[in-house]
Write a protein that binds this ligand. Structure first.
Ligand SMILES: Cc1cc2nc3c(=O)[nH]c(=O)nc-3n(C[C@H](O)[C@H](O)[C@H](O)COP(=O)(O)OP(=O)(O)OC[C@H]3O[C@@H](n4cnc5c(N)ncnc54)[C@H](O)[C@@H]3O)c2cc1C
Length: 444
């Protein structure tokens, strides 16, 4: 196989193609653009199926109507222009590693009319940063009947369905039955969404859209198969989350295995059928389906690309994977780097430096993941979590407004990393102003 970095000596400039402009891909494209791209050391191209970027950890706030997604989206084309890389919209269809080419599907507009044709793009270095998709674990009916929270569109679908159900219920007269929402999966996404929903009902009532009693006219259930919510986090955070959810009137069922999902009910392994107007599946992730169709990519059981400590699929292959779509060894033991925004960020920072070093023929260290802790938002009920650092010998548990401030800071840090301090301040100011002139819950 050709050494892609040696080839750079002959045909300049070296072309780095990044597929997926999420937490990992957009951070990498921005850093490379402002480094090797600006110095014309390499041509940097970012591909994404959508025209705008949205930070996924905010999706539960879109779903509960607390934020308007449009004021948090970053337009790839303008961001690329300001940061010295090129953007092309389209979905990855195939990779030819021998010819060092990828094929991008035809792009269509929102009415399904063709915008850009199916096309081939050559690369010297390829970085896959495609994220993850919902894992339904082959549970009958789950994919057909449950909603998911992977994209802004899906979060908006949930919000609209919740709002319609609340309005219908609020105008049902004497025979009113509560709207039942079932959240399947007590990980971070499920807990954060369940905690935010009571606040949504309160806000709908406050705008006099429907005569609702937010405490009794919406029934929120959270089903988790493990003996506690947030099973991957320290027990102290789980117990705090369970307390907060109980205080918000969320019915949490632990050790509850879902057997099947129907349009209006969820059946559990112990024979119960729970009525459910809206069911949301938040029980796990796996690699995107397109990866299973690509020939010659090493995949693990969850369909993630297996990479080594340099994030490559083989030494000097010049093909990398990072973020949720990669199965990357963590520093210690057999554990893998978890599918989290902080891991995606650290891998992007690492790869921006590693690729620049390779272009200069300098030595490249291996990637080492550092767990900096986890924060869970409970909406208006604050946040809780644990911070980790090399200075602290054990996790530092935080709660209340301080945890909520740290949680907000994660998003601000993401925006600041992408846009720089000046633009990040302007973004924050414009979002603050828009929040002052829009309803506290998105109602249309
Ligand atoms: C509701 C929710 C809440 C979360 N909360 C937290 C949290 O609080 N803390 C935390 O650390 N993590 C959280 N996460 C996880 C975190 O969002 C992910 O770990 C992180 O976004 C992974 O980054 P990524 O770049 O790998 O993937 P993504 O950010 O998902 O980006 C993938 C990109 O690839 C693009 N793409 C996909 N397929 C194709 C294709 N075929 N062709 C072209 N482009 C494609 C997508 O459009 C997307 O832009 C949350 C996730 C969700 C869904």
């Amino acid at each position: 196989m050709l050494n892609p970095y040696a080839q750079h000596q002959v045909d300049s400039p070296h072309r780095i193609v990044i597929v997926g402009g999420g937490a990992a891909g957009l951070e990498l494209a921005t850093r490379l653009g402002n480094g090797v791209g600006k110095r014309r050391r390499a041509e940097v191209i970012l591909i994404d199926r959508f025209p705008t970027h949205f930070w996924k950890p905010l999706l539960h706030e879109v779903a509960s109507g607390q934020i308007d997604a449009s004021s948090h989206q970053i337009d790839y084309a303008s961001h690329a222009k300001w940061n010295h890389f090129r953007f092309e919209q389209g979905a990855l269809s195939s990779i030819d590693r021998e010819r060092r080419e990828i094929v991008i599907d035809e792009t269509t507009d929102s009415d399904g009319r063709p915008l850009l044709p199916r096309r081939t793009l050559a690369f010297d270095t390829l970085v896959l940063a495609l994220g993850s998709v919902t894992n339904f674990f082959s549970i009958p009916g789950a994919e057909q009947h449950a909603l998911t929270l992977e994209t802004v569109e899906q979060a908006e679908t949930f919000r609209r369905r919740l709002l319609s159900s609340l309005l219908r219920s609020g105008h049902a007269g004497a025979v009113k039955t509560p709207v039942s929402v079932t959240v399947i999966g007590g990980g971070a996404t499920g807990v954060e969404l369940a905690a935010a929903l009571r606040g949504t009902a309160e806000m709908v009532r406050d705008y006099h859209l429907a005569s609702l009693d937010p405490a009794s006219d919406i029934r929120i259930r959270l089903l988790e198969g493990a003996p506690r919510v947030l099973p991957a986090l320290p027990e102290r955070i789980s117990l705090r989350a369970q307390d907060v959810l109980a205080g918000l009137g969320v019915e949490v069922r632990l050790g509850c295995r879902v057997k099947s999902v129907d349009a209006d009910a969820v059946s559990t392994a112990d024979g119960e059928t729970l009525a459910s107007d809206i069911t949301i599946w938040a029980a796990g992730v796996e690699g995107p389906a397109v990866l299973r169709r690509l020939e010659g990519l090493p995949l693990n059981r969850l369909g993630q690309v297996i990479v080594d400590g340099s994030l490559q699929i083989g030494a000097d292959s010049g093909v990398y994977a990072m973020g949720d779509c990669a199965a990357c060894p963590a520093a210690k033991g057999d554990a893998l780097v978890p599918p989290r925004a902080q891991a995606a960020f650290q891998q992007a920072v690492y790869l921006a430096d590693a690729l620049a070093r390779r272009l200069d023929g300098r030595a490249v260290p291996m990637f080492a993941y550092r767990d900096q802790g986890t924060l869970i938002s409970f909406g208006r009920a604050g946040a809780a979590g644990a911070l980790m650092s090399e200075l602290l010998r054990r996790p530092l548990f935080i709660d209340g407004w301080f945890a909520a401030t740290c949680y907000r800071h994660l998003y601000r840090r993401h925006i600041m990393g992408l846009t720089g301090i000046k633009r990040a301040v302007m973004y924050a100011a414009s979002q603050w102003l828009r929040e002052r002139v829009r309803p506290t819950v998105k109602v249309n």
